[in-house]
Design a protein around this ligand. Structure first.
Ligand code: KIV
Ligand code: ZN
Length: 513
């Protein structure tokens, strides 16, 4: 009999806390659907008290996403727990995840509370949450640096109060694998009612040990791991889901345990999250990096040709890198496109398919071979959606070794056409200046990133632009075989998400030259 390891995905909560990774509600719902396809057991959909947007995202995910348990995070307070309960209520299976810090530094400096007060709040929080749902998880924040005796007391008391899952976070990524593993074993051995709860871990990656610490915990009895796609999360991130899942799958000799993860959906999940958040995946990242299965040296290539297992411990296909990469071309019809999306686990309603098919045809005119990655970008990017307030009508740029780059742009802003030209340090800079001259607020540029979606000089460039206006941060994506155009699409997509965005009144016509 093999044990089951529960995969608790917190991409939409801790992952979203990565600097600049905020997602809008529709984007979160898309990611949640993908997580269900991937086979995670629990989706932590957000922190409902944090903002009305967070609340709505959790509530929509709870209503629309079927399969996984849907969890909402709450501090150990009445207001948080009631709000979380309301948000997760529509779920088939709902969980409230409540937490309070138990380390001396957090209790003294942050909470300014005595340990006994913290214990009482933890117990009351669990009891209150149990009035709304059967499935309550309690986390002892900064458990890695908590006093072991106190942690045992809190664990015993919260299990007695009705917590089904006890989560032991290494909140600041301070633990090393052996000591963290021992911590989990000690808790399970010393807490008298430990058999009445599942022990979970939540490791941060400040010292690059999040995955190793999580696995050490599993070896010592933890049966839930909290993790994120691409290892997103506060600061250096959380344990990466794809790495945990593939260690378990690749080393059954070490881990006689099973997850529900369909590993062939890992790469598409990683891509979706990186496209939506604009956080690109480093090429040498395990499992999902572009080079994760690339063999460069002659010795390795020779070995691979003789026997793949010489240098390959898992196949690229097993994590969803497709081998049959060329899928469609300019003569493909709408039915073939729909079928291919279905193979990629993406169901498009008729209206979306119509829009995507139009974009597919435009792309197919520019690019001979359309790969799966191109198809996924067509549904993620925001290029000129018909519902947008600002639409790009035309863009012309000129640059060269001797000329100062110049851009001329025509935008439709709330139904009216506006024109501007501007010079810049490069063609993208010129295009952005021309666009910015027509719109306010135009946001502060926090991030500009370009990625080639596939290989080859005709590859689409996928651009993410992140803007800040006040305390609102928005992302826009654009893709095209022309990266200046992709950049303009991405910038305009982000501008369309800013509140109260409108045309600058004084400059119906602007020239920055
Ligand atoms: O890192 C942490 O301690 C957390 C808790 C809220 C689980 O994210
Ligand atoms: Zn965390």
């Amino acid at each position: 009999m093999t044990d089951k390891l529960y995969i608790f995905d917190t991409t939409l909560r801790d992952g979203e806390q990565s600097p600049g990774c905020s997602m809008n509600i529709d984007e979160k719902v898309r990611v949640a659907h993908q997580l269900a396809i991937l086979g995670v057991d629990i989706i932590e959909a957000g922190f409902p008290i944090a903002s009305p947007g967070d609340f709505e995202a959790v509530q929509r995910i709870a209503s629309e996403v079927h399969g996984p348990i849907i969890a909402g995070l709450a501090r150990a307070s009445k207001g948080d727990i009631e709000r979380a309960a309301q948000a997760v209520k529509p779920a088939e299976r709902a969980r409230i995840h409540t937490f309070i810090a138990t380390s001396p530094i957090h209790m003294q400096a942050k909470l300014r509370m005595q340990p006994d007060q913290v214990l009482e709040m933890a117990v009351n929080a669990v009891k209150l949450a149990r009035n709304f749902v059967d499935d309550v998880e309690f986390s002892a924040e900064d458990a890695g640096r908590s006093d072991m005796d106190f942690l045992c007391r809190v664990t015993e008391a919260t299990i007695a109060a009705g917590a089904r899952v006890i989560n032991i976070p290494d909140t600041v990524g301070y633990m090393t694998p052996q000591e963290f593993g021992e911590r989990i074993r000690t808790l399970i051995e010393r807490v008298p009612n430990s058999d009445q709860a599942i022990f979970s871990v939540h490791c941060h990656n400040d010292l690059g040990l999040a995955v190793a610490n999580s696995l050490a915990a599993v070896e010592n009895g933890a049966r839930q791991v909290e993790c994120t796609i691409n290892g997103l999360g506060e600061r250096a991130g959380n344990a990466s889901l794809e790495e945990i899942a593939m260690v378990i799958q690749t080393r059954p000799d070490r881990y006689n345990i099973q997850t529900n993860i369909d590993s062939t959906k890992i790469v598409s999940s990683s891509r979706l999250v990186s496209q939506i958040t604009g956080m690109s995946v480093q090429a040498n990242k395990a499992i999902v990096g572009a080079n994760a299965f690339a063999h460069e040296s002659g010795i390795h290539q020779d070995g691979m040709l003789k026997h793949k297992k010489t240098y390959e411990i898992m196949t690229p296909e097993s994590v969803g890198w497709s081998t049959n990469r060329m899928v469609l071309g300019k003569h493909s019809g709408r039915a073939a496109l729909k079928a291919r999306y279905e193979e990629l686990d993406t169901k498009l309603d008729d209206e979306t398919l119509k829009q995507v098919f139009k974009r597919f045809k435009i792309l197919a005119d520019k690019k001979k071979e359309i790969f799966d990655e191109d198809l996924l970008s067509l549904i993620v990017d925001d290029n000129n959606q018909s519902s947008d307030n600002i639409r790009l009508l035309s863009l012309h740029v000129a640059s060269g070794t001797k000329d100062v780059p110049i851009a001329a742009v025509d935008l439709e802003i709330n139904g009216k056409t506006h024109h501007a030209t501007a010079r810049g340090d490069g063609p993208v800079d010129a295009a952005f200046k021309a666009i910015r001259s027509l719109i306010e607020p135009a946001g502060k540029l926090l991030l500009y990133s370009v990625n080639a979606i596939t290989s080859g000089t005709d590859a689409q460039g996928e651009v993410t632009v992140r803007l800040q206006e006040g305390n609102r941060v928005v992302n826009g994506q654009g893709s095209d075989t022309d990266i200046v155009l992709a950049s303009a699409y991405a910038y305009i997509a982000a501008l369309n998400k800013l509140p109260d965005m409108h045309a600058k009144e004084i400059h119906a016509q602007y020239s920055g030259i």
